[in-house]
Design a protein around this ligand. Structure first.
Ligand SMILES: [Zn+2]
Length: 314
């Protein structure tokens, strides 16, 4: 069934690129509403419902908007909404960028959970992949293929001593593996050289060792090191889940990516929309479709949070 939140919840944080302090409020929404963002600092109904074509900029982060306004860095919050199965929500903010929080999606998972996730009366509408859809750009690619579940398989390739080959690929089956345990704590990362360049261009103003893994030419600068030994590729999966949820529906299929990022992820969604024979929208009745019975164990947010709290890794 579709899901929303029961209560209104708020949080305050800083935008990674703008450095701007932003208040974020999550509001319940009715069935069929979708995920809608609203800028409160702009008059004249600055609202936008997420869809692949609402993505207007993919450099550094995913930015949605129209000719009148933009909302930057939506991917980590979108990733948390995907993982908690939220279909309908109104997200209000009083600035141009979603706060970066700790650079991962776990603060958003906690915020959503604190609002209490509730099931609604209408069935959830999945986009079921029926045929291979692929986009190749040089040595990068991103692909959808049919699969009875939701799998994300990602490979990164950075020529840097801190990126080890054996930690460059991760595959997660979200009907079996736990997003919260395996992915949600993976932080964004950046290279010192890049950070200096970005700062000189008025970007990465809110970035720090508190909300990103930062690397110089040789090593990781964060004193506490990594949260997962392969945290970089896990964060790329976190980003991809958020970028893919900008489609507006959860996906049933397999996503495979090699060196992909916000740009290629969005181009794949746009290609998918064009190839109408490659997918269809379906509702799924878990009790009738035994092959999807694993859906019932999908998204057990409370249990998953308890599990990782017990392991003292929060
Ligand atoms: Zn990210």
């Amino acid at each position: 069934m579709q899901r929303t939140i029961k209560n209104i919840v708020s949080s305050v944080g800083v935008g990674l690129h703008s450095g701007q302090k932003v208040a974020l409020t999550l509001n319940p929404a009715p069935e069929g509403h979708g995920v809608v963002f609203e800028r409160l600092d702009i008059k004249n109904n600055a609202r936008i419902k997420v869809n692949a074509l609402a993505v207007k900029e993919t450099k550094l982060c995913s930015t949605i908007g129209n000719e009148n306004f933009s909302i930057a860095t939506v991917e980590h919050l979108m990733s948390a909404l995907s993982a908690t199965g939220i279909d309908n929500i109104l997200i209000q903010l009083d600035g141009k960028e979603i706060p970066i929080m700790d650079g991962s999606s776990i603060p958003f998972i906690h915020l959503i959970k604190s609002a209490i996730i509730v099931e609604q009366k209408k069935a959830k509408e999945f986009v079921v992949i029926k045929d291979v859809v692929e986009i190749i750009d040089g040595d990068k690619y991103a692909r959808f293929e049919p699969y009875d579940g939701f799998v994300v398989d990602f490979t990164i390739d950075f020529p840097h001593p801190a990126f080890k080959e054996e930690e460059s690929q991760v595959s997660i089956d979200f009907f079996k593996d736990s997003y919260i345990e395996e992915i949600s704590r993976a932080r964004t990362f950046g290279f010192m050289q890049e950070v200096e360049y970005l700062r000189s261009n008025g970007l990465a103003r809110g970035g720090s060792l508190e909300n990103a893994i930062v690397l110089d030419d040789y090593k990781i600068l964060n004193e506490d090191g990594l949260r997962y030994k392969d945290e970089f590729v896990r964060h790329k999966i976190l980003d991809a889940i958020g970028d893919l949820y900008l489609l507006g529906n959860p996906i049933i299929g397999k996503f495979t990516a090699h060196k992909s990022g916000h740009d290629l992820n969005n181009r794949l969604l746009r290609l998918l929309i064009e190839k109408k024979d490659a997918w269809e929208v379906q509702t799924i009745n878990a009790s009738e479709h035994t092959s999807h019975s694993s859906l019932s164990s999908y998204l057990h947010v409370n249990e998953e949070l308890k599990k990782i709290a017990q392991k003292n890794i929060l």
